[in-house]
Ligand binder design. Structure first.
Ligand SMILES: Cc1cc2nc3c(=O)[nH]c(=O)nc-3n(C[C@H](O)[C@H](O)[C@H](O)COP(=O)(O)OP(=O)(O)OC[C@H]3O[C@@H](n4cnc5c(N)ncnc54)[C@H](O)[C@@H]3O)c2cc1C
Ligand code: SF4
Length: 481
């Protein structure tokens, strides 16, 4: 199949088919199906093959998008996969969950010219899903084994990307994670309807088959000290993500039924794995039959509202203090949530959780807002109009974002420098922290961000770790001569 490119004037933009809301809200399976080979080729052939590909600039990994689109349009999928995988350790995951409207697709030239972006993410997903199905993804066999080893703390996308890059170069790699499974927020935060769990699990297995050692249920700090990790390895990467939930500051926030978003999502994801989750089974973390109000306007809030729908909530409302155009979450996810009957209360900010005499949440009182003058960042600040509204709620989920834990305290390592928000400080040229030979990547450096940025950081850190270990190896050889 050899498609000509530049088909955007007469081939309409199309996403893979989306399951009907009535069908998809009864399970946690992904909502988009896969392109057929023909549809993927036709969509890829819409690319205008720009001399200066803006899409590539919009991608944090600088993926060589026009090249893989052309190869996919020509049906040369294995080559397309090789190009795609050269810059991205998890193209099928990014293709599923990157907010493409804010990244590659948002600045696609044909999107800017009003023809509708090339569906870059869906083609990327198709290419690598095909690679897995066809058996093109093989365990890594490095050109030579090296004696030096890397200890990676955190099996989220940042840690996994670094582990793969270092293993490819022949280093001995051990990944430590506090959880019992690898994947970080890709397994315990992001729900299956955006990213099915076997997609992540096969990446972990691939690394295991490639010789990476995983030590799960090992929380660095309480279970093993950072000093011991440093002693055990030539180089160390901190990729622990950010897990301290930002809290709501209003009366009634301690009422029964007021939950942290990640507790709710983790319980739901664990149920999908078939794990025992007593707090779900006793109803504490289960939205079934409840009137649910989710507070926040980011990806986490969108995942909470849609999870609550799937658990059989009686009603689900999302409260956000700015308007739709100014929310941080992906517009695609808002549209999906609306289709799934989530009600959005824009320009509404929680003032109090009203509770019963027994201390159970019964409603959220929200102040009506309007957008005022732009603040220092240029963003319009929400200001109160003076009106309020009470929204009935038996379950209130706080999805206001995350801060880093106090890592110097947790690790007993005061010399590890953090910024005023608690994120680990690095030299961005190398991703090295204030501790020699200790690097950091992902959310713990950037604050809550995206999978694709964690992958980028993991790759950059791995490259710097490799350079440092190579120099050390050379120096020890010279010294021995
Ligand atoms: C609900 C939700 C939805 C999201 N949706 C999207 C989305 O649609 N698209 C997108 O791109 N991004 C999304 N994100 C953001 C994305 O998941 C993160 O930016 C990304 O996972 C960060 O990767 P990371 O490797 O830095 O950390 P994480 O994925 O958080 O992984 C960190 C790992 O470190 C482990 N760890 C922590 N402390 C220790 C310790 N002391 N010792 C050992 N192990 C430790 C944790 O157990 C975890 O496995 C979402 C986030 C959330 C919370
Ligand atoms: S990794 Fe994300 S931003 Fe980059 S091309 Fe893929 S979907 Fe777009």
């Amino acid at each position: 199949m050899a498609e000509k490119m530049l088909q955007f004037t007469h081939v309409q933009r199309a996403m893979p088919a989306k399951r009907d809301p009535d069908a998809r809200t009864h399970d946690f399976d992904e909502i988009y199906s896969e392109f057929s080979l023909k549809a993927a080729g036709a969509q890829a052939a819409r690319c205008s093959q720009c001399g200066v590909p803006f899409c590539q600039q919009g991608c944090p990994l600088s993926n060589n998008i026009p090249d893989w689109l052309k190869l996919a349009a020509e049906g040369r999928l294995e080559e397309a996969w090789q190009v795609s995988t050269a810059t991205n350790n998890m193209p099928e995951i990014c293709g599923r969950i990157c907010p493409q409207d804010r990244l590659c697709e948002g600045i696609c030239t044909i999107e800017q010219s009003g023809h509708g972006t090339v569906t870059i993410g869906s083609v990327e997903k198709f290419i690598t899903d095909t690679a897995w199905e066809e058996g093109w993804v093989k365990p890594i066999t490095p050109p030579r084994e090296r004696a030096q080893s890397a200890g990676i703390i955190g099996a989220g996308p940042g840690g996994l990307a670094a582990a793969e890059q270092l293993r490819r170069k022949g280093y001995q790699v051990t990944v430590y994670d506090a959880y019992d499974r690898g994947g970080g927020l890709m397994v315990y935060g992001i729900p299956g309807f955006k990213l099915e769990k076997p997609i992540v699990a096969r990446r972990i297995k691939h690394l295991e088959d490639s010789g990476v050692t995983f030590k799960f249920n090992t929380r660095i700090g309480p279970d093993m000290s950072l000093q011991d990790v440093r002693k055990a390895h030539d180089t160390v990467l901190i990729a622990t993500g950010v897990y301290q939930a930002k809290d709501l500051k209003c009366p009634g926030v301690g009422s029964t039924g007021v939950l942290a978003a990640l507790d709710f999502l983790t319980a739901s994801n664990r149920k999908s794995f078939g794990d025992a989750v007593p707090a779900y089974d006793d109803g504490t973390l289960n939205a079934e039959g409840k009137r649910v109000v989710v507070i926040g306007g980011g990806d986490t809030a969108m995942d909470c509202v849609r999870t609550a729908v799937r658990q059989g909530a009686k009603s689900v409302t999302c409260l956000y203090r700015r308007d739709r155009a100014n929310m941080p979450g992906s517009q695609r996810e808002v549209a999906n949530a609306e289709e799934e009957s989530v009600v959005f209360e824009w320009l509404a900010s929680p003032e109090a959780i009203l509770d019963t005499k027994a201390g159970k949440a019964k409603a959220v009182r929200a102040a009506r807002m309007k957008l005022g003058e732009p603040d220092a960042s240029g963003r319009q600040s929400p200001v109160k109009t003076g009106d309020t509204v009470d929204i009935k709620a038996d379950m209130v989920i706080k999805a206001l974002g995350f801060d880093p834990e106090d890592l110097p305290e947790l690790f007993g390592e005061p010399a590890l420098t953090v910024n005023r928000w608690g994120a680990v400080r690095v030299d961005y040229a190398t991703m090295e922290t204030s501790l020699s030979g200790v690097y950091a990547a992902g959310d713990i450096v950037r604050g809550a961000s995206l999978v694709v940025w964690a992958i980028k950081d993991g790759r950059d850190a791995a490259e710097a770790m490799h350079r440092a270990m190579k120099s050390a190896e050379k120096a020890s050889k010279v010294a021995a001569e």
